[in-house]
Design a protein around this ligand. Sequence first.
Ligand SMILES: Cc1cc2nc3c(=O)[nH]c(=O)nc-3n(C[C@H](O)[C@H](O)[C@H](O)COP(=O)(O)OP(=O)(O)OC[C@H]3O[C@@H](n4cnc5c(N)ncnc54)[C@H](O)[C@@H]3O)c2cc1C
Length: 384
Amino acid sequence: MKKYDLAIVGGGVLGTFHAYHAALLGLKVIVLEKDLFPMEASVRNFGQVVPSGFSVGRWHHYGRYSTQLYKSFQEKIDIGIRNNGSTYIASTQDELDLLHELKTNFEAADYHSVILSKEELLAKYPSVDSKYALGALSFPQEVSAESREMIHSLHAFLRETTTIEFSYATPVIGIEDKETEVELQTSNLGKILATKAIVCNGKDFRLLFPDLFSKSAIEVVKLGMMVTKPMPEVKLPGNILTGLTIRRYESFKALEGYKNLNWENVNQEALKYGIHILFKQRVDGSIVIGDSHLYADASQNEELGFDIDMSINHIILDEAKKILNLKNWDIQHYWNGYYSQMKGHEEIFDSQITPNIKVVTAIGGKGMTASAGFSKESIDNFFF
Ligand SMILES: Cc1cc2nc3c(=O)[nH]c(=O)nc-3n(C[C@H](O)[C@H](O)[C@H](O)COP(=O)(O)OP(=O)(O)OC[C@H]3O[C@@H](n4cnc5c(N)ncnc54)[C@H](O)[C@@H]3O)c2cc1C
C-alpha cells in the first residue's frame, strides 16, 4: 500500500495551505476531501483578504504573509486574486477619528494606508451615498479573492506545480495513530497510510473525534449572504467595509478611541443579528453583500438550521441601501455560510492529540486572510 508522509483531512483553505507548505518541504502529501469538490466556508465566503482587520501581531503577520503568497500565485496563474485594496468608510466623526488612529497605529508597523477625504472617496466610488460617507481609510496593498472559484483554481495549480495528490468524494470516517504510522479509514478507498495526519475539518464534528469536539469551546457560526445581479456599469473595486465593521473588527477594538464610538444611533436590530455591512464586487460586476451572524455550540450546530432568514436579510439590505446608491437592488442569490470558531479569547483550535495526529480548525471569520500564513507555522511546528 502506498504510504504518504502527510495526509490532510479537508480540502478547504486551511487544509490546502497545510498541504502546500508540507509539499514545499519535500513531503509526499495527500488531501482527502469528503465532497466532490470543496463547498463549505472556503467557497461561500466574501473573499476579503484584510490583514487590516487584525491588530499588529500574530494574525496580522499571517495576513500579510498570505497576501504576498496569493499575489505570487496570481502572477503565475489566474486564481482570482485582485489587488484592488480595502476601504473602510466612516459615516460619523467618531468612526472617522478611529480610522485616523488606526492609520497611525499601522504606520508604526510599516503597514501602509491612505486617508480619503469625502470628495476623494466619492470620486473613486461614485455609487457611495454622499449622505452616508464622511471619509475613508484605504489599504491599497490588500487583495480580494473570487471565493467560489479560488479554491478550485488553487487545487488545479497545486496539482500541476507540486506532488500533492487530491482525493475528492473521500470522507475520512476513522483515524488511528499506530505509533509508526497513522491509519485513515475512508468510506470509498479503504485505508490510507501516512506518517502523520492533520485534520482540517472545518465545521464537521460528527465524523472524527466527536467527543473531543463536543467538550471543546468550539462554536459554529451561520452567516447570511447575498449577491446582486451583474452590474458592470457600477465601479466598486476592492473590499468595502463600513461603520458596523469598524465596531466589530479586532484592529479597531484594540484602539484607545474605540470606547468613544457611539452605539445609540446604530441600528439595534442589526447589532442583535451580528450584522455588519461589507461589499465586494465580483469580476462579472455583481455585488456580494453581507453579512449576519448566528451562533450555536459545535455539539448542537444543526440547531442553526438551513433556512435563509429573509427578515435578517432585509435588515442587511436596508442598511446597505443607506450606504450605496444602486439603480437596481435585484438579488440573484441568497445563501448561508457556516464556519467554526473558538468561544472566548482563543483564536483557533490547534491541538496535537497524539504524537502523529494534529487537529487544526475553528479559524473563524479570518480563514481567507490568515490560513496561508498560519499553515506555514503550523507545519513547521509539527515537523521540526
Ligand atoms: C459567509 C462567510 C464569509 C466569510 N468571509 C471571509 C472573508 O471575507 N475573509 C476571510 O478571511 N474569511 C472569511 N470567512 C471565513 C473563511 O471562509 C473560513 O475561515 C475558512 O474558509 C475556513 O477554512 P477551513 O478549511 O477551515 O474550513 P472549510 O472551508 O469548511 O473546509 C473544511 C473541509 O473539510 C472537509 N471535511 C470535513 N470533515 C471531513 C472528513 N471527515 N473527511 C474528509 N473531508 C472532510 C469539508 O468537506 C470541507 O471541504 C467567511 C466565512 C463565511 C462562511
